[in-house]
Design a protein around this ligand. Structure first.
Ligand code: SDX
Length: 428
């Protein structure tokens, strides 16, 4: 059986054989379908790119119906169980799991780049005490482009690696400083003897003690959460990273745009919105009322639903298991019962079943972050830290893809046809 699509244009009676590859046809193959020589040819119309592949990728694969998530072919469940965040970062960026020697070199390289230029701290001091940490985060990442002008040399592999290490190493420092700024506390310098997540906890929570000792359960829980959030194929913020990067912007500027996209409550800002929703619900008794308001279309159930997953988000399952370990060392989050009751009712209600709405990665993550001592405003920042790895991996894949060029979609123009200017005195 030929892998082609036969299209008959009923306007002309002409037939066209369009090749099918990887379950898709090339939109440009439709341009030959014209009514006459002056015709531009057929375009595809796909608002929000619901059914459009804008790249070929080898990084992350999602099976939304089966709830499967693979990083470079490895199941997310196995990575969460056996790997750590920096090893998973190496895998996403290079395509292969590192040897012990490679991993040790990689971890040392990242560790040695976690400090921020003193001027960056002064820049961050300029924010109000109540500035949203995500606003501080994306502004400061953008500002880093002025500290590393060599980042513009995007086709130099060594330069890309240098910026990659700088970004992965510095985003936790920026996040921690934003958190400390919001608390009116002094910045804590990195401790190179601690792990990636252990040092992050140190920069966040060290007070008067000379040496911060991270709680190993929380250190591991954060590592698992970072693994789960590292990449997710062509989501909104990754598409922003690829689109901005396609104009050959430096990676700091592109990542600023990606972080801005993640900030939205429909995307990475959902974890913060979930906590606000759970706080508003207040008690388990109020759950039926919120479900009713969702079903009447008054609001969305934040942390539920997904463009790709039409089954349980595999990351939500792992986060739920991780919550148990976190709550074993922190006090149980009282909002967990509300979340569990919301899930229980929603998963048996036809409104959600019919629309295939399940908990996504953001539904339970905020409960863990809150139990660890973070305010909801920090949650999107905790998403952006690990997703920095995915954004960079996808950006580099786009840059090296010979089929890619500057992203510039078409439109279907339905506005006014050409008309002449009317002088003000002649306007009614
Ligand atoms: C992330 O893309 C990624 O991979 C993202 C992400 C990643 O790792 O990068 O996984 C991270 O962003 C997770 C999603 C976090 N956002 C939320 O939890 C916000 C709440 N969710 C919704 O806004 C929504 O589910 C989206 C945005 C996530 C997906 O929206 P879609 O795919 O555009 O689906 P839709 O809006 O077309 O919904 C289809 C139907 C609609 O009902 P009808 O118009 O058919 O009657 O389902 C309804 C929607 O109203 N619906 C919901 C709902 N989500 C969809 N109804 C109530 N509550 C919801 N949460």
């Amino acid at each position: 059986m030929p892998k082609t699509l036969t299209i008959t244009d009923n306007r002309t009676g002409k037939q066209y054989e369009i090749p099918i590859e990887h379950g898709a046809i090339r939109a440009m193959d439709l341009r030959q379908i014209k009514t006459d020589a002056d015709d531009f040819g057929l375009k595809t119309y796909d608002p929000a790119l619901m059914n459009t592949a804008n790249c070929v990728s080898r990084i992350t694969d999602i099976d939304g119906d089966r709830g499967v998530l693979l990083y470079r072919g490895y199941p997310i469940e196995q990575l969460a169980e056996n790997s750590d965040f920096l090893e998973t970062a190496y895998l996403l960026l290079s395509g292969e799991l590192p040897t012990t020697a490679q991993l040790n070199k990689w971890k040392t390289n990242v560790t040695l780049h976690s400090m921020l230029h003193e001027n960056v701290k002064k820049f961050m001091e300029g924010f109000r005490y109540d500035a949203h940490p995500m606003g501080i985060f994306l502004s400061t990442v953008g500002a880093l482009s002025t500290f590393y002008p060599d980042a513009k040399d995007i086709f130099n592999e060594q330069s890309r690696l240098t910026q990659t290490v700088r970004l992965i190493a510095k985003v936790p420092s920026i996040a921690a400083y934003a958190f400390r700024h919001s608390q009116g506390l002094p910045y804590i310098p990195p401790d190179n003897e601690l792990s990636f997540t252990g040092n992050f906890l140190n920069m966040l929570f060290r007070m008067a003690e000379l040496k911060y000792q991270p709680n190993p359960v929380l250190e591991r829980a954060l590592d698992v959460l970072f693994i789960l959030h590292a990449d997710h194929e062509q989501n909104c913020s990754t598409t922003a990273m690829r689109t901005i990067g396609s104009s050959h912007s430096d990676p700091y500027s592109a990542l600023t745009g990606a972080a801005a996209a993640l900030y939205g409550p429909l995307h990475g800002g959902a974890n913060e919105a979930v906590l606000k929703m759970l706080s508003e619900i207040g008690t388990v008794d109020n759950v039926p009322k919120i479900i009713k308001s969702v079903k009447s279309g008054e609001r969305k159930l934040m942390g539920f639903g997904h463009r790709v997953y039409k089954s349980y988000d595999p990351r939500a399952k792992i986060i739920k298991q991780t919550a148990d370990s976190v709550f074993s060392v922190t006090k149980q989050n009282p909002r967990l019962d509300i979340a569990l009751e919301l899930e229980r009712i929603a998963l048996q209600d036809d409104y959600f079943i019919k629309r295939r709405l399940y908990p996504n990665v953001d539904f339970y993550s905020g409960l863990i972050y809150e139990a660890m001592g973070f305010q909801p405003a920090m949650f999107p920042v905790l998403f952006a830290i690990p997703r920095t790895v995915g954004w960079i991996a996808q950006w580099e894949e786009m840059l090296l893809d010979t089929e890619q060029k500057i992203s510039r979609p078409r439109q279907l123009y339905v506005g006014a046809t050409q008309r002449d200017y009317v002088k003000r005195e002649n306007r009614s």
